[in-house]
Write a protein that binds this ligand. Sequence first.
Ligand code: SUD
Ligand code: ADP
Length: 283
Amino acid sequence: MNTATLTLPAPAKLNLMLHILGRRADGYHELETLFQFLDHADELSFALREDGEVRLHSEIDNVPHESNLIVKAARKLKALTGCDKGVDIWLKKILPMGGGIGGGSSDAATTLLGLNYLWQLGLSEDQLAELGLSLGADVPVFVRGHAAFAEGVGEKLTPVDPEEPWYVVLVPQVFVSTAEIFSDPQLTRDSLPLKMRPVPKGNSRNDCQPVVEQRYPEVRNSLYLLNKYTEARLTGTGSCVFGAFPNKAEADKVLALLAETQTGFVAKGSNISMLHRKLQSLL
Ligand SMILES: C[C@@](CO)(OP(=O)(O)O)[C@H](O)COP(=O)(O)OP(=O)(O)OC[C@H]1O[C@@H](n2ccc(N)nc2=O)[C@H](O)[C@@H]1O
Ligand SMILES: Nc1ncnc2c1ncn2[C@@H]1O[C@H](COP(=O)(O)OP(=O)(O)O)[C@@H](O)[C@H]1O
């Protein structure tokens, strides 16, 4: 890495609730979900190349270079703007993959915002969010960087400011396929749209949870164990489950009690993403 390197976080998210309202003609599901960020993140470093090449130097297991959402985001940005600059990128992967905490989507959003800055493209947040949506349903919320109530497939975002507790996040060692959960015939698809905003307490279920629990005993077990200390819930389509605590000490204590059988981490909930806090400090 050279000295003119821009290093930015790509934080995780939680779905504090997730309701499925129906299925669209294209097979995608209409959702209502509440996104909040965690102060727990991957780290991406960017260094300018003058030759126009996009190179990611950190390989992820089972994700070829050209399929990595970081590379896809960089290429989309070049195609949209005609920018002739290139970039070297390094990724420090901290977030568990396929866990419903959005690491891939967040890496993509950090790439879009990081390169917009490094390449001095001057794209607006709206333009970056639209480009992000073409990479994945969860990318726009990471581009905008504010906790949000989301509708549609996650692209219609209304900023919200829920409490910011400390969370224990358990990471069951199973890979849950999002497509598989959404194609399960037993999935609840007829939740009624919420009329009240902010989301009333007691309405915070995740409609994917019963199907995921049935298919993955490891997830059911993690929920059962965490439920002994606080209300535990699935994020996204899993596999991660989370529960809130009033302070770090209590969250740390519970994670330590579960450590013999469970892998996980403690992180603070945050309504402004770490990425946006860092970018603000640069501008
Ligand atoms: C449901 C969420 C909630 O945050 O789950 P997680 O992935 O975070 O667990 C996300 O919106 C997921 O977004 P993302 O992970 O980008 O999903 P995609 O790659 O776009 O979709 C994977 C597959 O899931 C199904 N899918 C996804 C989103 C959606 N609203 N309806 C669907 O039916 C589709 O079959 C799609 O082919
Ligand atoms: N930079 C990336 N980080 C993580 N996963 C990526 C990345 N690029 C592509 N992927 C693919 O996206 C899939 C889902 O990743 P991730 O966002 O971590 O899970 P989820 O959507 O469940 O939160 C991974 O299993 C991997 O195949």
